[in-house]
Structure formats: structure tokens, C-alpha cells
Design a protein around this ligand. Sequence first.
Ligand code: B12
Length: 438
Amino acid sequence: MGRLMVLLFLLGSPGALAEICEIPNVDSKLVERLGQRLLPWMDQLSQEHLNPSIYVGLRLSSVQAGDKEAFYLHSLKLNYQQNLLGLTRVALSYGSVVNWSTGSNDHSDREAKPTMGQLALYMLALRANCELARSHKGDKLVSQLKRFLEDEKNAIGHNHKGHPHTSYYQYGLSILALCVHQKRVHDRVVGKLLHAVEHDRHLHQDHLSVDTAAMAGLAFTCLERSNLNPDLRNRITLALRTVREKILKAQTSEGHFGNVYSSPLALQLLMTSPMRGVQLGKACLKARAALLASLQDGAFQNVLMISQLLPVLNHKSYVDLISPDCLAPRAMLEPVMETLSQTQVSEVIRVTLKVPSVLPPYRHSITVPAGSSLEDVLKKAQELGGFMYGTQSSLLGPYLTSVMGKEVGKREFWQLLRAPDTPLLQGLPPYITEETSL
Ligand code: B12
């Protein structure tokens, strides 16, 4: 009797209670407006613009695009299957080396090859339509992705001293994609991601990226639920706890986990299961408030970012693709009629563009119309002479790969900073809204 009393006391202790990460419903009009931003992109069916993440985001959201959505998946299938045959003919290509589509300034490689992460996103899209990779074609996708992962595992090496050709983000994404199709990857492949988390190394340019940690966590959650690697069960559970705690610790005073753009994936992960001993509920409510404030400020214009956020606003995560609900009712999105904007073309802004890491260092003041993007600034600088740049297209938009003829090498990238040393949160694509110095 005495022991039973003690047990009851422990269970009743508030510290032992598991908290859940709940995101109360947001205004459905807000979700609709976000969904509407995806619609024009769904008319862009060229290989360069097709983006499986848009499809996944919509299917896990509370809104739908009707026939457009089905047609989009059809186009994705046509492109990926066509290019999959290409993949068998050429050497595997990795995200940072050759992209799915060629960059605007680089037309040398017209033969499109989906990268590891893009293939993984495509497999998530198939699963979002309740398809399982069982057919001959499905098997081919699975073996391609497994082959990519195997190569990445070898690149990391048995002593874990190396690095994946792509990133641990794409590594986690690929394990997740195979997992939601109930495809098992070798313990040694999962082991590399576990090791990276356990030793807190290499997850993202040698410091923790919340996006990467969240993606690893989503993959671990799927593996834990599906029990595909039973011998790793304990390590997976521990690593999952580690990434969740790190993400919670990365919450800013405003409420974002990492930054505004890593919060959607972070919330996807935190929402998947309760946690004991931490104030998970409070942290998630704070993150929700911060996200809503950022939404009001127009921070979510990029379709890829919207596609990672929409599931969260519908209380879903990529892990739900283990058993997706393809019959869930979703509100139909109505296209918005474009009103011709009356922008004042006369207004101009001055941007100081600096490239300190080349010899001689470049520094020039450039004037562009208000509402220009950073890429417009680079274009103008190139037209004026004395400046050169190159980009590669990606699911997020143009990614800067070379400046003044200097191409990025392996594990190198052109970082974009606002003077004196604040990393830009959005890169080349968005509009510059104020007088900026880079
Ligand atoms: C890995 C990664 C990187 C790597 C990319 C190289 C590599 N080895 O993979 C590195 C560290 C180099 C990097 C750099 C930057 N990144 Co980054 N990156 C990511 C991450 C974690 C995963 C991207 C990925 O693999 N996606 C999956 C594959 C399948 O999609 P993909 O389109 O083929 O992937 C390519 C592009 O995403 C591209 N890329 C990576 N970052 C960025 C940023 C921009 C603006 C663009 C256009 C492209 C791009 O690199 C990927 C590999 O080729 C995302 C996180 C996320 N939530 O998406 C952040 C993320 C996309 N990055 C971000 C940012 C801001 C940047 C930088 C602009 C930072 C800076 N101030 O310099 C730079 C890009 C500068 C440039 N040269 O144009 C933001 C973008 C937010 C937004 N609204 O636009 C994200 C969401 C991180 C965050 N939470 O802030 N990144």
C-alpha cells in the first residue's frame, strides 16, 4: 500500500508530466492567403520550376488546388521518371555540384538530373498522394535513393571524418523519404546521422542548424514509429531527445526556433510527440506567436518556405506521411485576381555592394528602383562592368555560386551579409525594401 502511494505521488508530480506542442488554429483566411501564393507557381511546369515540396506542403495543409494539384503531380511524375532513366546513364550527381536544373548563367549541362534531396522530396510527394513505392518504377526510385545514401555514407567514411557531398539535411530528408515508404536503409547508413547528432558535429558548417537538426529528428521519429532499424532503437530514441532539446534551446527571445525560416520544420518535429521535463507547450505557443507576427510582416513570400509552414498550420508534419489521410477535407483555393500595382517607378534606392574576399576587393554604389531584388542589384552591377556573378537555380530560387569568376569549391559558399556582419536571412530572391549595404 505504501509503495502504491509513492507511485501515485510521482505520477502526480507536475515535473513528470509530459507536455505537448500544440499550435492552436490560426485564422483560415491567413492560411488561404498563403496557399494562394503557391497557385501561380503551380502553372510553371518547366523542369526548372517544378518543385515537389509545393505538392507535399499542400497535401498536408488544410487547403487544396483541385485539378491543378493533380496535374502538378502528373507533371512531376513525367519529369522525374523521364530523368530517372537519365540518372541510370550518368554518374550520380549531388546537389552542390550539378543541380536538377541548370543555373541561369550556366547552360552547360542541359541534361537534368534530380539531386538526392530532390529525389527524396519527389518520393514524399508520391506518398502525400497515398502512393507506396511498390511498382517497378517505384523500386527504381528506391534503389536510386539508397544508392545516393550509400555514397554519402562512404563520403563520411568509417571514422566519420569526412562530409556528405550534399549535406546532413539532405541525408536526413532521404532517410525520411525511404522510411515513409516503409523502406529500410542499412543500420550503418542511419548510424552516420546518429553519430553526427551524438557528437554534435558537421550538422551544418560545424554548428547546429535548426533546419538540419529538425530534419534529422523527423527522420528519427519515422524510424522510431516504423521500427525499421530495431537494433538502433535506443540510440534513435536518445538522439531524438537530443535534437529536440537542442532545438528548444535555440529558441530566440522573439520566439523563433533558430530563425523565422527554421521554425516551421522545428515545429513540425516538436509537434510529433510530447516531452517530459521541459516547457514544451509554452515554447510552442511563443513560436506560434512569433510566426504569426512574421506572417503579418510578409516574411513568407518564398514558395518553398510556405510549403514547409503549411503543414504546421494544419497540425501536421512530414512524419504523417507514414499513413497520410488522402480523404481529409481541404478548402478549395480561389486564385486571386492580379491588380495592376501602381508602384512609383521614380523611387530609387542606393545599395553599396562589397566583395572583400577577392583581390582587389570590390566596392561600388549602385542605384536600383525601389522594390528591386538583390539579384537585380547584382545584374545592374554586372551591366555597369567590373562585377561578375553566376547562379544556379534551386527549389528556393537563384543560389549564388560564383562572384568575380570565383566559383565555390567543395564545402565553400558565398555568404551574403548585411554590413557589417549580419547574414541575410533570404539570399538573392526577395525584394530589398530599404537602403541596404552588403
Ligand atoms: C544546406 C543549406 C545550405 C548550404 C547549401 C549547400 C549544401 N552543401 O547543401 C549552405 C550552408 C551553403 C547554405 C547557404 C545559404 N543559405 Co541555406 N540552407 C540549407 C538548408 C539547411 C537545406 C537546403 C536543402 O538542401 N534543401 C533540399 C534540397 C532538395 O533542395 P534544393 O533547392 O535542391 O537545395 C539547394 C538550395 O536550397 C540551395 N540553398 C541553400 N540555402 C539557400 C538559400 C537561398 C536563399 C537560396 C536561393 C538557395 C539556397 O542549396 C541547396 C543544395 O544545393 C536550408 C533549410 C531549409 N529549411 O530548407 C537552408 C536555407 C534554405 N538557407 C537559407 C539561407 C538564408 C542561406 C544563405 C542566403 C545564408 C547567407 N546569408 O549567406 C546562403 C545562400 C547564399 C548564396 N550563395 O546564395 C535559408 C533561406 C530562407 C529564405 N527565406 O530564403 C534557409 C531556409 C535556412 C534558414 N532557416 O534560414 N545553405
